[in-house]
Design a binder for this molecule. Structure first.
Ligand code: COA
Length: 264
């Protein structure tokens, strides 16, 4: 598909993407790189980050790898300081690192629940907090990758529902506090997006995929490009008046209720 955005929107800018080594977050990072930004990728697995950086560079983009667990604040601070020292103020921070596994609440260990809360909520706070002093003011944006679980109860997703609700409230609170400084904060909430780890876990069979597409208002999965283009738009000058919003990009899935995805 030809690029719907005609101009290179982020020439000379810096974007930091947590969880940027794969999936939706990698595609978001690639889109910012395609539009001229240097993208700093944060993730736990060095090999994944190195492969992503290599691929972005081979397409003519600028990228760097920063292995780090978003749950560790001191390391996150060191990464943000590094990025700032080499690239200047951060224009875009995408908090995409997340954890998920389907499990009924009654069989979930307290530690399993905590692992997801720590990655999603604490990890998002850590990234935003560690980046704060280095964000361009005015003019930067924090994009938190959320999920429909934030406002629709899903069976087998007690941890993710609690975590993403927390992420969306963090979005709103930070938008309120940081708006006067010219820092916008939004959530982007993807529905069922093809070719992602989340979908492979939640919809592992042809049968479960068909159940989802048959029920979806738009009768299809989304693509990683759908989410990346929304992030590009909202971070661009065209999105300048949007803050504190939870932007759904879900093919209408949130209109259906939580059982659709899991067939219960
Ligand atoms: N079912 C039930 N419990 C599970 C589980 C599963 N499929 N996977 C992990 N857990 C539990 C573990 O048993 C452990 O609890 P315990 O100590 O009581 O046994 C706890 O979760 C932490 O697991 P661990 O693997 O040590 O944590 P981690 O921090 O390395 O991993 C997870 C985090 C749990 C989110 C893991 O699923 C993960 O890393 N996923 C990859 C990223 C991902 O989920 N991507 C999809 C995004 S939509």
């Amino acid at each position: 598909m030809s690029d719907v955005f005609k101009e290179r929107l982020f020439e000379g800018r810096t974007a930091v993407v947590t969880g940027g080594g794969s999936g939706i977050n990698l595609r978001v990072a690639e889109r910012f790189a395609e539009h001229g930004a240097h993208v700093a990728l944060i993730g736990r697995t060095k090999e994944k980050l190195d492969a992503a950086v290599e691929s972005i560079r081979s397409s003519g983009g600028s990228a760097s790898a920063h292995p780090c667990d978003v749950r560790e604040f001191k390391t996150m601070e060191a990464v943000m300081a590094d990025v700032h020292a080499s690239r200047g103020d951060i224009d875009v921070l995408v908090c995409g690192a997340a954890g998920n596994f389907p499990a009924p609440a009654a069989a979930m260990s307290s530690n399993g629940f905590k692992a997801v809360l720590d990655i999603d909520v604490l990890g998002t706070f850590n990234a935003a907090r560690a980046a704060f002093d280095r964000l361009r003011k005015p003019g930067s944006i924090v994009i938190n990758i959320s999920a429909p679980q934030a406002f629709i109860p899903y069976p087998m997703q007690a941890h993710v529902c609690a975590a993403k609700a927390g992420v969306d409230m963090l979005t709103r609170t930070l938008a309120l506090e940081w708006g006067p400084l010219g820092v916008r904060v939004v959530s982007v909430s993807p529905g069922p997006i093809d070719d992602t780890e989340g979908m492979r876990r939640l919809c592992p069979t042809d049968e479960s995929r068909a159940r989802v597409t048959d029920a979806m208002p738009l009768r299809s999965f989304g693509t990683r490009d759908d989410i990346a283009n929304l992030c590009l738009f909202v971070a661009s000058p065209a999105g300048r008046y949007i803050t504190g919003s939870v932007l759904l990009c879900d093919g209408g899935m949130s209109l259906l209720g939580g059982g659709t995805m899991l067939g219960v």
